[in-house]
Write a protein that binds this ligand. Sequence first.
Ligand SMILES: [Zn+2]
Length: 238
Amino acid sequence: MAFPSDHSRCEKCGYPLRGLSLESTQICPECGHELQASDPAHRVGLPWQHRITPGSFIATFSMVAFHPGKAFVQLRLPPLPEEKRAPQGNTRDEIFLLTCVLFTGLMWSVVHAWRGYVAWAGLWRPTVVVASIAYLLTYIEVVGVVYFSWRQGWRVPFARAERVACYAGVGWLPAGAVGIGLSLARLSGTLDRLWPDVWKNWTLPLSTGLLLLLAGASIMLFETLVWLGIRKTRFGNA
Ligand SMILES: [Zn+2]
């Protein structure tokens, strides 16, 4: 497809590039960002967007985990509603997210079963609970991102926020690992023992509150990936 098209924007500042041509200018008239860098040709897609295999899952996972900036610049974006092109489903992206949250849940259950807090036979239960919580929080985040982006004047309709959040699902594994540590510290009584006696008043509501606060902090690992992804795609061209 010819670039810039009627819907092309500068990926850095969002300036509409309609009517410009690469022959007449090489940079964004608004911010001076290289025009070529906004050409969707650089969005070659993540390995998972090409094939669904265990290998492409691992390749995509490590790209998002270790080179998130590069991964989200490469992420192939769904078309915008105003482009009136055939809508794409995000099923493929959802499978990626589901795999991430199920692994997180499984990791949680296995470690708890190994330490004797969960029966091996009932392993599926905490797996499903943890995976569902992560899945639900992902979609709450998507709605929040769409609303915030709309307020900021960024171009992030639901399908785009969803896609970014699905790949940011990589962040659920480290978040889950922190959560497992916290949960074990609570169950084994380590958290109670660490509370300094001089502060007194170690109560159940307090310990639950503290635990929720720490769990919220671990979720930041997922959040950080989402925001990094949105920064790289907020004016992205399909
Ligand atoms: Zn610009």
